[in-house]
Design a protein around this ligand. Structure first.
Ligand code: SAH
Length: 350
């Protein structure tokens, strides 16, 4: 596989361009073109000969849109294809304040969560920082017109969530590099505050992340209130206890001043009776956190069932009454295979 220019910061590109015997300003032109989501050969400010030289060693464009689906509610679902033929998926959610893109960090996943389609075939490989970034660059480019008037002509995508396929903290170095690239002032310049990183709770890496100086919104997939129940749906719970996770979250808050989030997917008969709501209140009350309740997107390969709406609101009400800050996620994009890994699983199946 060829190398990827989007993996490089402006400084790294400058060194690289100088090493080719080219003038330094070419790096800036190249970087600007890449930031606009262009393929190397479409960057008109660069001489043809340089572009040809670059494309000998580097991908002209690391990612292609293999398929795009638009939901009746406007949500867009993408299937991205990388140079080696691997595919990952992404979602674009359109809100009044801007667009939020959900990106994938790995091809597949090895965490084995019982409700999740991303993990069905295990982990194929990690994505590089530039491959993750390219998912956003290409969607931004597609929606260029929508960015007008938002005060940031470089981006239609204003928020990013690392909640697609893969476990971000299992691909730590590339994900942190991605966070630096996307927040670089001379590039997309997205504030870490507009980025949410969701993890199944790889505790040592949560401590590492707290020390990076990248105050992203940390979100932990909890899905249970005790370790035994949690281990039934999330094998990672055998390595790290809920108690370990809560300590790491508190450390994250101490270091970054950012409140943290929990995701709690409601699985009928498993984790959403009154006793679970009360246990969740007991666990989290008084902590600087917010709980996002998620409706289970039933995956056909797994026999876990979603909770009905009425019961979901009852669960939410009990958390709120207990003093927790919580919301029940509105379900969007259901008609286009909204849940993690569903689209890719469908594609691979075909
Ligand atoms: N690996 C990360 C990010 C991936 S998924 C993590 O575990 O947090 C983002 C969220 O979607 C996680 O909370 C995950 O548990 C949840 N999720 C995955 N599959 C789901 C499904 N079928 N229905 C509802 N939520 C799901």
């Amino acid at each position: 596989m060829k190398k990827i220019l989007q993996d490089l910061s402006l400084g790294e590109l400058e060194n690289f361009i100088l090493s080719l015997g080219e003038k330094k300003f070419r790096a800036k032109q190249l970087y600007e073109g890449l930031t606009q989501g262009k393929a190397v050969e479409d960057i008109s400010s660069l001489p043809k000969s340089l572009k040809a030289r670059l494309c000998e060693e580097y991908e002209n464009m690391p990612v292609k849109i293999k398929a795009k689906f638009v939901s009746s509610d406007g949500t867009e679902k993408y299937l991205f294809e990388y140079a080696d033929g691997n595919v990952v998926e992404g979602v674009l959610m359109k809100y009044k304040y801007g667009y939020t893109q959900c990106v994938s960090t790995q091809v597949g996943c090895r965490m084995g969560c019982k409700f999740c389609a991303s993990t069905l075939n295990g982990l194929l490989r990690n994505l590089t920082a530039g491959e993750i970034l390219s998912q956003i660059l290409i969607v931004n480019a597609l929606h260029k017109a929508d960015a007008a008037g938002q005060g940031a002509e470089k981006r239609a995508v204003t928020n990013v969530v690392l909640m697609g396929s893969g476990e971000p903290l299992d691909n730590y170095d590339e994900v942190v590099k991605f966070l630096r690239l996307i927040s670089a002032e001379d590039g997309i310049g997205m504030s870490p505050r507009n980025i949410s990183l969701s993890t199944c709770g790889i505790v040592p890496k949560m401590y590492d992340l707290a020390k990076e100086g990248l105050p992203v919104n940390l979100t932990v997939s909890l899905h249970a209130t005790d370790d035994v129940t949690r281990a039934r749906v999330m094998p990672v719970a055998k390595a790290y206890t809920i108690d370990d996770i809560l300590k790491a979250c508190d450390y994250y808050f101490q270091k970054t001043g950012r409140r943290y989030y929990f995701e709690y997917t409601l699985i009928a008969g498993e984790n959403c009776d009154n006793e679970h709501a009360d246990a969740l209140v007991k666990l989290l009350k008084g902590k600087p956190c917010h709980v996002n309740l998620i409706r289970l997107n039933e995956v056909k390969e797994r026999d876990l069932k979603a909770l009905d709406d009425k019961a979901a609101y009852r669960f939410l009400g009990r958390l709120e009454k207990g003093g927790l800050s919580a919301t029940l996620r509105r379900q969007i994009g259901v008609d286009i295979g909204g849940a993690c890994g569903q689209l890719r699983a469908q594609y691979l199946g075909e």
